[in-house]
Design a protein around this ligand. Structure first.
Ligand code: T4K
Length: 404
């Protein structure tokens, strides 16, 4: 497919030129494995008439994921938000829990939904992850745990967080929604802290339509999680604790098993895309691609750039407008930061004072399309579009100024 390069700024779709792409390129377009295998599995589950509740596909998926992650227990859940809620309850989190504000809102909601107060901690601007040095200052007598997020699949400073948790007698939970198939110091993410939570949402590189899982090496905790996932049942008529419906359906597990078969291919495509972006975006003033440590396993599911307006002259938000007009539907995860969203903004209107790095980063980052739904050529054109935009920043801003 041929695309037309921009040679003058009036070619930009923002200024009524023809968009680079006829169809939108999304961030989070699902990867889909073998249809044939998926449909065969769906036929099987229909024949079996076992559609949900600890069915054979869920068990097979849990076993496959535990083996892949090298963790003793994997409890499949209907989505990561409910998985976080169940994990928080099973770990008996209460009072206050320290979390980054630079995350998807679900991380904080899972706590607040249970009347646990999220205490927002700033991040390390280099890793985008919660800053352990700042965690320590936020601990109070009400603190019961730390909830770290492995943002973009790059592991938190697990060792420092674990040492704080040990010293201060806190629980340590990880939101690993981005980090399936990623490693930290050679060990797969999934067995750090007391438990870790994965998301298998459609937009994740490995998906079960909707879905998630909690993983842990703690036998008693795993048993508790299984009971809580199923209303607290411990037998046909016996309910032994408060529980919820967090069950994964068989059709989701069928998709998971099918996705698992194609995992290597999905990662290879993401890695190839990342390299094409790396090549196309190098040496653009003010545009910095978030890099991944090639010594670790990584899913490369997010292509993230930081726009330093002081250098590029184009702000992240103007660049997003340019891209979106061309049908490149770049996103601003995680703008404006959870502390700026409701109900947190009303509860803690001054939280931003302690979150300077979060504030800066939320104004700089954007994500570009990747995954199996986009090809190398399209990515090269996206990179050229960004190069063109930065090279012509002054003219673009002038033209925008005149128009507004
Ligand atoms: N913790 C963290 C750190 C997370 O990032 C997330 C979720 C969670 C916890 C909670 O996990 P889950 O409870 O969802 O399992 C998306 C996803 O919905 C969300 O799962 C993800 N993180 C977050 C970062 O991104 P939205 O509101 O942007 O999603 P949505 O549905 O608008 O989809 C984004 C784009 O993907 C769309 O513009 C089009 C494309 N898309 C989406 C779907 C669902 C498709 O092409 N096909 C599809 O089927 O939050």
């Amino acid at each position: 497919m041929a695309f037309t390069m921009k040679t003058e700024i009036r070619d930009l779709a923002l200024f009524r030129g023809k968009p680079l792409f006829n169809q939108p390129h999304h961030v989070g377009r699902p990867n889909i494995g073998s249809r044939e295998h998926l449909l065969a599995r769906i036929n099987d589950l229909l024949d079996r008439r076992w559609l949900t509740n600890d069915g054979p596909y869920v068990r097979e998926l849990e076993a496959g994921l535990s083996a892949f992650l090298g963790v003793k227990h994997c409890i499949a859940i209907c989505n990561a938000t409910v998985a976080l809620e169940i994990a928080a309850r099973a770990l008996e989190l209460h009072g206050e829990v320290i979390v980054p504000s630079f995350t998807f809102v679900a991380t904080a909601h899972a706590l607040q939904w249970q009347e646990i107060t999220p205490i927002f901690c700033d991040i390390d601007p280099l890793t985008h992850n919660i800053d352990p040095q700042k965690v320590e200052n936020l601990i109070t007598p009400r603190t019961s745990g730390i909830l770290g997020v492995h943002v973009w699949g790059r592991a938190c400073d697990v060792e420092s967080l674990q040492s704080i948790a040990n010293r201060r007698n806190l629980r340590l939970l990880f939101d690993a929604a981005h980090a399936f198939a990623c490693s930290h110091q050679g060990k797969m993410i999934g067995s750090f802290g007391d438990a870790e939570v994965f998301s298998f949402h459609a937009t994740k590189f490995f998906n079960t339509f909707e879905g998630g899982a909690v993983t842990t090496n703690n036998n008693a905790l795993a048993q508790k999680l299984r009971e809580m996932r199923n209303f607290g049942f411990a037998g046909l008529d016996t309910v032994i604790k408060l529980g919820i419906n967090g069950k994964m359906s068989e059709i989701s597990a069928a998709m998971g098993l099918t996705s698992l078969e194609s995992l290597d291919e999905f990662i290879a495509v993401n890695y190839r895309n990342y390299q094409v972006y790396q090549q196309g975006l190098k040496n653009i003033p003010g545009i910095f691609l978030v890099e991944f440590d090639e010594n670790e396993k990584c899913n490369y599911q997010y292509v993230v750039i930081e726009v330093d307006e002081g250098i590029s002259r184009l702000s992240r938000d103007v660049l997003i407008k340019i891209l979106q007009a061309e049908n490149v539907l770049a996103r601003r995860y995680f703008y404006p930061g959870v502390h700026q969203m409701e109900p947190y903004h009303s509860y803690y209107p001054n939280a931003g004072l302690l979150l300077p790095e979060t504030g800066k980063l939320t104004r700089k980052v954007l994500q570009l399309p990747t995954g199996t739904a986009i090809g190398e050529d399209e990515i090269r054109y996206i990179c050229q579009l960004i190069v063109f935009s930065v090279e012509n920043a002054s003219h673009i801003l002038e033209k925008l100024g005149n128009r507004e």
